[in-house]
Design a protein around this ligand. Sequence first.
Ligand code: AMP
Ligand code: ZN
Length: 138
Amino acid sequence: MADKDCIFCKIANGEMPSATIYENSDFRVILDVSPASRGHALIIPKEHFKDIFDIDAMTAGKMFSLATEVARAMKSVLKCDGLNIVQNNGIIAGQTVFHLHLHLIPRYEGDGVKLGWEQKESVPTELQELAKQIRKKI
Ligand code: AMP
Ligand code: ZN
């Protein structure tokens, strides 16, 4: 169900212009208007899902499957050296448009794109306990 105030609902459903790479009945793939690097693309479901906690597994699977095809096409055209797939959920995680989307960010030698985090220490027993708790919910 489209949200009338959602910019990605409008873009995905063709009510607002975009640099479209690909479209099918479930998704539109566009170039990001403020790219992190040349060719930065977004895969946007046509249906309004807020985030990863909201989307069904079938659509999410189709989205990642499509990402493999788009990534290969991008690599072929852009001649990038690598590619990051990023998907932000929640303000704290950097989400700014609250309609789920997958970022495909081509990477080039010396591009200066900043992603990543500082790695912290872990305690093996705590990892096992946490893994157990999460496993029970799947
Ligand atoms: P996120 O921060 O993960 O929610 O990503 C939102 C992305 O959407 C950002 O990279 C924006 O540059 C991009 N964006 C916002 N508005 C538009 C638009 N009208 N067309 C294309 N990309 C957009
Ligand atoms: Zn939407």
